[in-house]
Write a protein that binds this ligand. Structure first.
Ligand code: ADP
Ligand code: MN
Length: 297
């Protein structure tokens, strides 16, 4: 077990309840353990195609209590799950937490809680779109309070997405911004195909988007031939995105499903239609960002 002194608050926690820690050199994070989430990660180990859309899961970490100067410490029960830090390795990480699905209460919620959560869903784009931005960090852009995101509507949510991608445009290039958006669309479409092929229910679960707004890293990866967004001719015909985006985006962006505190495998019950519908709406929003010019400023 690791000592508590190796845990520090995660520098980029964009949403959630807090308490997410960075472990050691920062390639791993420790999230306060929720048994249902741990069970979901462990059950998902059997499903390679879905696992590919999750952060790597490394097991649990015991918090040690009573660590005295003599080095004696008593292990308490496991208190964290350890996960791959999805934001590691980026120079200028742009991070966004998006909650997916229009239902945010669990299968065993009390009727009171279900009703409260139904009302809460109706007050944000969770109810209308099954997509809600919980928060984001964008270097160079003014931060917005979580309440601002919560109040977005199906009409204004696109502005918040535009804000998220603005750093790609302003710090690298307009072409890179399009490349990043297109790659996210492809990833979300792949994820939707996976979700349609498994039997899960994921309530109040999120996607974590990360891309690098570092021109230096972009230039470096392009010169190493790992990324060639130059093939994006910039014409406005987006009908065959799949063919023009063969190049790898390794190291420049990532999207993973996270936050499984209310997620279950449900053999025999079919796929999670509400989650997929949220993903479909998300793709539509992302596509709409490709047909408008990047807002100035
Ligand atoms: P909560 O139950 O508190 O909402 P989440 O799993 O949604 O917990 O995590 C909260 C926040 O912590 C996320 O919005 C994100 O900023 C950060 N986070 C969670 N998991 C990871 C991860 N694997 N890598 C990097 N950051 C993460
Ligand atoms: Mn969360």
């Amino acid at each position: 077990a690791l000592r508590e002194t190796q845990l520090e608050a995660l520098e980029h926690q964009v949403a959630g309840h807090g308490g997410v820690m960075r472990v050691g050199d920062g390639k791993v994070i420790a999230k306060p353990l929720i048994q249902r989430e741990q069970e979901f990660y462990e059950a998902s180990a059997q499903c390679a195609k879905f696992k590919a859309f999750m952060p790597e899961y490394y097991g649990t970490l015991q918090q040690q209590v009573g660590g005295a100067a003599d080095g004696n410490a008593t292990a308490a029960g496991p208190s964290y799950i350890c996960l791959e830090n999805l934001t590691a390795g980026y120079e200028k990480p742009c991070i966004m937490d998006i909650k997916i699905g229009s239902r945010i209460y669990d299968i065993d919620a009390t009727p009171e809680k279900a009703e409260r959560m139904l009302k809460k869903a109706q007050e944000s784009t969770t109810g209308s779109l099954g997509v809600r931005i919980c928060g984001m960090v964008v270097p160079g852009a003014a931060g917005q309070p979580h309440d601002w995101f919560r109040k977005l509507t199906p009409e204004t949510i696109r502005d918040a997405f535009a804000m998220y991608f603005s750093a790609a445009g302003s710090m690298v290039s307009a072409e890179y911004r399009r490349f990043v958006i297109k790659q996210f669309i492809l990833e979300i479409e792949d994820l939707a195909a996976v979700i349609r092929s498994v039997e899960t229910r994921m309530y109040a679960s999120s996607l974590l988007f990360v891309y690098d707004a570092s021109k230096a890293r972009y230039d470096q990866l392009v010169s190493e031939g790992q990324c060639s967004s130059k093939s994006d001719s910039g014409d406005s015909d987006d009908s065959d995105d799949a063919e023009e985006d063969e190049e790898s985006s390794d190291g420049l962006l990532d999207v993973k499903a996270i936050d499984f505190a209310h997620s279950h495998w449900v053999p025999g019950q079919g796929y999670d239609e509400l989650y997929v519908s949220g993903l479909e709406n998300l793709v539509e929003i992302l596509r709409s960002l490709l047909v408008i010019e990047e807002p100035a400023g």
